[in-house]
Structure formats: C-alpha cells, structure tokens
Design a protein around this ligand. Structure first.
Ligand code: ZN
Length: 170
C-alpha cells in the first residue's frame, strides 16, 4: 500500500461496510489505536471493537464483525464537546481514515456520517424509522481498511490534523 496523499476535499473515499467481516476476525490495530487516542484526549471509554453479530433489528452482519468498528462511551456532561468532536472527525475523515460515525444522542433520533453517500460524504439526520437504535452516550466509528491495518498512519494523521480542532488541545 502507498501512503495516502494529502487531504483533498474532493477525495471521496469508498464505503466498505461489512464486506470484510470475518467470523474468525479480531479487533484491528488501527481501530484500537484510534480508540486509544480518543480516550487519551477526551476520556472516551472502550465499549467494544470486534463482535461478529447481526446488526440490531436486522440479519446483516454488523461492521463490528470486521474489527474496524468500535463504540466509544462518554459522559452525558460531554455531549456538546462530543458533537464538536464528531463534526471535526467528519470534516477530517479522509485525513484520519474514518468511513462512518454514529452519534446516537443528537437531535431527536441521532445522526450518522458516511464517507460516501451516492458519491458524496455527509451526515444524515436519523428519524423514527431509520436510525441507529435507541440513544446512548457512545459513538460508533468505522476506520478504513488501510488505516485499520496501519495504526502508524493514524498516529501520523492525528499529529498533523489535531491542530485544526476548534478547541486548542495541549
Ligand atoms: Zn458500534
């Protein structure tokens, strides 16, 4: 694999989803690294990475079955900050190697970001019928296969991009 090129706003990543799910898989190093960084910077807790199981209310295998997705818990008091973090992760998703973000507590039914919805990255506000399940104080994040297999790419990307976060982080 080559090193990803510098971020470009027009660079639309493909969405992988559960294509690489594996019943004998495990948590990827990249997902673990990104979760570690979120924990160190903002106190997110590891609520789970690898799990080969159907998505809630569906027969499709969850992206957790790829080892590239994780759930990161936070305190209710951090809700506003977490919304800022999710916006920032989405705005920098190409550089950070992120394909999908679910924010369950947001608006009325939550929201989901995907790197590629009909050719464009974007957020979708969930509604009563179409949502990520009952609200909870955690976010779900899916790391791209390249970044999932190369945690060093994640470390490098954060060093480069974190300075663009709205709140200065020491
Ligand atoms: Zn999840």
């Amino acid at each position: 694999m080559t090193t990803p090129k510098a971020t470009s706003k027009t660079n639309v990543m493909p969405y992988t989803g559960n294509k690489d799910a594996d019943p004998k898989g495990k948590a990827t190093a990249g997902a673990g690294k990104l979760l570690d960084i979120l924990g160190t910077k903002w106190g997110f807790k590891n609520l789970g990475i690898y799990a080969y199981r159907p998505m809630r209310g569906s027969t499709f295998i969850s992206v957790h079955g790829t080892g590239r997705a994780f759930d990161a818990g936070y305190k209710q008091s951090q809700q506003e900050l977490v919304t800022q973090i999710c916006d920032w992760l989405a705005n920098n998703h190409v550089a950070l190697g992120i394909e999908e973000i679910h924010q369950y507590v947001w608006g009325t039914h939550g929201r989901g970001f995907r790197c590629n919805r009909d050719g464009k990255p974007g957020w979708k506000e969930w509604d009563a019928e179409n949502n990520g399940g009952p609200g909870g104080y955690w976010i779900h994040v899916e790391v791209s296969p390249t970044f999932a297999q190369n945690p060093r790419l994640i470390v490098q990307a954060w060093k480069k991009e974190i300075h663009t976060f709205v709140t200065a982080i020491v």
